[in-house]
Each structure stands twice: as structure tokens, then as C-alpha cells.
Write a protein that binds this ligand. Structure first.
Ligand code: SF4
Length: 380
């Protein structure tokens, strides 16, 4: 049987990723501000066009970066997000400090006029490793409709051009919901025409403004995951799902089927090359710090477990009871609790919480019915 986990790809050399997620997360997301000029219909952060006076200031941001570095070796990846991180005037020194202490830093600027080529060049020169740009439709009509700002598609394309011209690795982020599903294949064609490193496909969690956005159903989700797997065999970039951990189940099943048909070796070997070494999930290889320093297992799981102003990120991540339970596949309930793939997948804890108020409940967007099975089929 093939072994696989998730599809995160980075520009780091192989073997330089955290693997003991009880000690060190793979990914730390810091929401440097909640301010943003856009008003996207799915926005987790409920972003507004004004900075919050309570945001971590520059010195606190530098101290947070040191806390992130203290999470261990190899260090986690750091992604600076928002809102729109370009609203922070101190972004360049923050990126420089993070790079100087040995972190790999990614950025998710909004597709607006704030992401000028000059500022992006400054960030590149400060050591920025990757830029992730959101593209939620193949044309202005669909993308601007989702982002709720006319002209956003044009700004997004200009941002993509700048990133490519500056030689920065490009990631495209796309949200799957009932709104974007009809154009997803056309979006994939648009994405595949770009020189990108990674396509990160986010499956809606109905939280923040996303509460009002319609979710796809489980059969549609299963079809999208199969489509992504088929695409992953043809394209030179990585494909990663966010809040759809059951992509790992689909990949497992599909690779096993290919192996049984004797068709697997070169394709799967190439796909494995694009992956990190193990699964990443809410609180399990992943931690989120919001604009005022509150620590969460995920930006989509609104359970505050501490604050970096008053506590240590390393202690919260390693020792907090909720974080520890989120790393225990046997703590899961419902279908996820009985599922043979629970150690490999584990389902979206954020979606389980948004749906039921219980972060350990089953992921309602998964079509798989494990029956009464309780033993893991797949260990990681
Ligand atoms: S039932 Fe839960 S653990 Fe099993 S594949 Fe679905 S989401 Fe993953």
C-alpha cells in the first residue's frame, strides 16, 4: 500500500520539516492585522477597513517571531496573513527578523492596490519565501462576485504578475463553496496556466462571514476531491486541501486502486515528492495566532487557548489540553471516531465545531461511512 500524508509543498530542502507535531507545528499562521479593503463573502476574520488599536505592535511581533522560532528544530513555516498583511507598515522588518532567526516566511496579501511591486520587492529582499494569492473564479465576474469588490480580479492578476516577475514562488488559494463550485474546473484551468508552486484549495467552514455562504454537499465534495487527485497526476505543482483532510483518504484509496492496476509507480513517486512528511490538521501540526495575540488551534476553530502577550506559544501548543486532544485520533467521535482513516485524516475539527459546537465530532462534509470499525486502518 502507498504511504502518504498531505500535499503541502514548500521551497525548503527535503527533510527540513517538523515531523513530531506534539513538539513542533509544521505551520504557524499569524494574522498580523484584521484590516482589509476587501469584504469577501467567506471571510473568517470578518475583516474591516480599519486597523485594531489592540493589534500586536512591532516589538510584540518581533517577540512572537522569537517564540515561533523557539518551537523547535527544524522550525515551523510561518505565514503572515490578515485581513491584508500589507496594511502593516512594519511588514518588511518583521519578515527580515523572521528570516534572520531561521524561519521560512510566506505571505497572503489581498488582491488590492496595497500590494505594489515596490513593496513586494522589499519583502523579497528581506527574505520572503512565498506569496499566496487568492483566486476564486476564472474571470472578473465570478472572482469579484465572491470578493465583493469590483476590480478585485484585475488587482489579483497584477499581483500575480508582480510575484512572478520578482521571482517569488507563487501559491494560489481558492475557496470551494456552492458559489464557486460551478466554475471550479475553469478556475483550475486558469490556475494551471500560471507558473505556480502550490494550489491550496480551501473547503468552506461556515464561520465569520462564511456562516452566510452556502456549503457544498458531501457528494459534491467527494467529486471535487477526486477531481483534485486526477489533476495532481497531470500538473507539475503541488495540490493541498485546507479543511478537507479527507482528501488524504481519497488519495489513499485512489493510489491503492492505481497500484492494483499496475499504473502507479512514476505518478505516485512524483506526487510524494511534493509533500510534507505527515498529516497537518487543526492543532495537530498547525497553530494560529490572531491580531491581538490570541492562540487558536486554527483560524477557523474559535477556541482561544492562550495569548502570546501573557503566555508562551510553545507551552500552549505542546501542553494545552485541547491541543493535546486534537492530536489524539482516538478522541474523535461519530464517524470520524470509528473511521479507519482517523489517524491519517481526522476530519476538519473546525467544521465539526461550526456544525455541532463539538470540535471532536465527525466532519459533516465527509461522505465516508466507516460502519462499526474501530481499529485504525492507516497509522501515521
Ligand atoms: S469519517 Fe472522518 S476520519 Fe474518516 S475519512 Fe471522513 S473525515 Fe476523515
Amino acid at each position: 500500500m502507498p504511504t502518504h500524508t498531505q500535499t503541502e509543498q514548500t521551497s525548503r530542502p527535503a527533510g527540513r520539516f517538523p515531523t513530531d507535531f506534539g513538539r513542533t507545528p509544521f505551520l504557524v499562521i499569524w494574522e498580523v492585522t484584521r484590516a482589509c479593503a476587501l469584504a469577501c463573502v467567506h471571510c473568517r476574520a470578518d475583516a474591516v477597513a480599519k486597523r485594531d488599536a489592540r493589534e500586536l505592535d512591532t516589538d510584540e511581533g518581533m517577540a512572537l517571531i522569537d517564540q515561533i522560532r523557539a518551537l523547535g528544530d527544524p522550525p515551523p513555516l510561518l505565514v503572515l496573513t490578515g485581513g491584508d498583511p500589507m496594511w502593516r507598515k512594519d511588514l518588511t522588518p518583521l519578515v527580515r527578523h523572521a528570516t534572520d532567526v531561521g524561519l521560512t516566511v510566506g505571505l497572503t496579501p489581498s488582491g488590492t492596490a496595497a500590494a505594489t511591486p515596490r513593496r513586494l520587492a522589499e519583502l523579497r529582499d528581506a527574505g520572503l519565501s512565498r506569496v499566496a494569492v487568492s483566486l476564486d473564479g476564472p474571470d472578473p465576474e465570478t472572482h469579484d462576485g465572491f470578493r465583493r469588490v469590483r476590480g478585485s480580479y484585475g488587482w489579483t492578476m497584477r499581483l500575480i504578475d508582480s510575484v512572478v516577475e520578482l521571482g517569488l514562488p507563487l501559491q494560489i488559494n481558492t475557496t470551494v463553496s456552492r458559489l464557486t463550485l460551478p466554475t471550479l474546473e475553469a478556475t483550475a484551468d486558469r490556475v494551471a496556466a500560471l507558473p505556480l508552486s502550490l494550489w491550496a484549495v480551501f473547503f468552506l467552514v461556515q464561520t465569520g462571514r462564511g456562516e452566510a455562504v452556502e456549503q457544498i454537499d458531501t457528494e459534491q465534495c467527494e467529486r471535487v476531491l477526486g477531481f483534485l487527485f486526477d489533476l495532481s497526476l497531470r500538473v507539475p505543482f503541488g495540490i493541498k486541501t485546507t479543511e478537507a483532510a479527507h482528501y488524504r483518504r481519497v488519495v489513499w484509496e485512489r493510489e491503492a486502486a492505481l497500484a492494483a492496476a499496475g499504473e502507479v509507480a512514476p505518478l505516485v513517486a512524483r506526487r510524494r515528492h511534493l509533500r510534507a512528511s505527515r498529516a497537518v490538521n487543526d492543532g495537530n501540526g498547525f497553530v494560529f495566532v490572531d491580531h491581538v495575540g490570541d492562540i487558536y488551534p486554527s483560524g477557523f476553530l474559535p477556541l482561544v487557548r492562550g495569548n502570546v502577550r501573557t503566555g508562551r506559544l510553545v507551552e500552549v501548543y505542546r501542553d494545552d489540553e485541547v491541543f493535546r486532544r486534537l492530536r489524539d485520533p482516538d478522541a474523535l467521535r461519530g464517524r470520524c471516531g470509528r473511521c479507519g482513516y482517523r489517524a491519517l485524516c481526522g476530519g476538519s475539527r473546525s467544521r465539526a465545531y461550526a456544525d455541532t459546537g463539538d470540535p471532536f465530532a465527525e466532519d459533516p462534509l465527509c461522505a465516508y461511512d466507516p460502519g462499526p470499525m474501530v481499529e485504525p486502518l492507516v497509522a501515521v
